[in-house]
Design a protein around this ligand. Structure first.
Ligand code: 0O2
Length: 228
């Protein structure tokens, strides 16, 4: 109850301080860090294999991040308003699926689905959830494929499953998301509606462009096969 009466910022501040200084939090973050390494390695192996077999790389780049303590606490307090200081780490593991985040940037949409399929077929990976914002874009135009995976991490204490969010996007979708991200952190812009509408229109242009580029690549590949 005390939680509901305190201002969010005050509460966040208190919890962030407690988190950052705790040994349990350090250990938890280390688990997420290891899980990122596991999934990144899997993706790099797939990239190397594609590159050998088809002479192309399915992704252009991979970025990874651990969610910051501020973002963790703010999201946690939204999901678990009765959060208590002594149960923070358990609540993070139970309620947050994106503490460990990997973003895979591909040139072509087709590669997003090939890579995602190859990853979730691996027998040590458990698919927890898929959100396909490419087939079903958000109303603002956001497009990406989000997978929540569980991957085993082998620590001194034994094997433990850890959740990782993997976001797959094309280069164009990533460009759009980075501009949109800037808007999210601006408050009370006088022309916000106009910007939102412009962004929505750009998202449609980008989706069209991604489809065209995919078609061009397919035409080039078909031409290659005819020549062989
Ligand atoms: P950050 O800084 O990227 O970590 P859930 O995790 O399912 O409980 P959530 O958070 O609504 O609930 O999940 P969702 O919708 O799958 O997407 C979360 C993440 O996707 C966001 O993380 C962004 O990275 C990205 N995302 C989703 N919608 C948008 C959007 O409209 N624009 C942009 N630029 N990115 C988006 P965080 O936690 O917001 O932040």
């Amino acid at each position: 109850m005390e939680n509901k009466n305190m201002k969010l910022s005050e509460l966040s501040y208190k919890y962030i301080n407690l988190l950052e200084t705790g040994q349990k939090y350090m250990e938890l973050m280390n688990k997420y860090r290891c899980a990122i390494m596991e999934v990144e390695t899997k993706l790099n192996v797939l990239n190397a294999e594609f590159s050998m077999q088809y002479d192309r790389n399915p992704f252009e780049s991979i970025k990874s991040r651990l969610k910051s303590p501020v973002s963790i606490i703010e999201k946690l307090l939204r999901k678990d308003p009765d959060l208590m200081p002594e149960g923070m780490e358990e609540s993070i593991e139970k309620n947050l699926y994106d503490v460990a985040g990997i973003r895979v940037i591909c040139a072509f949409q087709e590669d997003i689905y090939s890579l995602a399929d190859l990853l979730i077929q691996q027998d040590d990976i458990r698919l927890i959830r898929t959100k396909d914002y490419i087939k079903n874009p958000k109303p603002n135009g956001y497009r990406s494929l989000h997978l929540i995976l569980e991957v085993p991490v082998f620590l001194k204490s034994g094997k433990t499953p850890v959740k990782v969010e993997v976001q797959f996007r094309t280069i164009a979708m990533d460009f759009w998301a980075s501009v949109d991200h800037k808007l999210r952190y601006k408050k009370n812009l006088p022309n916000e509606e106009e910007i939102v509408e412009k962004l929505r229109q750009c998202a449609n242009v980008i989706a069209g462009l991604d489809n065209e580029m995919q078609e061009i690549r397919s035409m080039i590949e078909t031409g290659d096969q005819r020549q062989d």
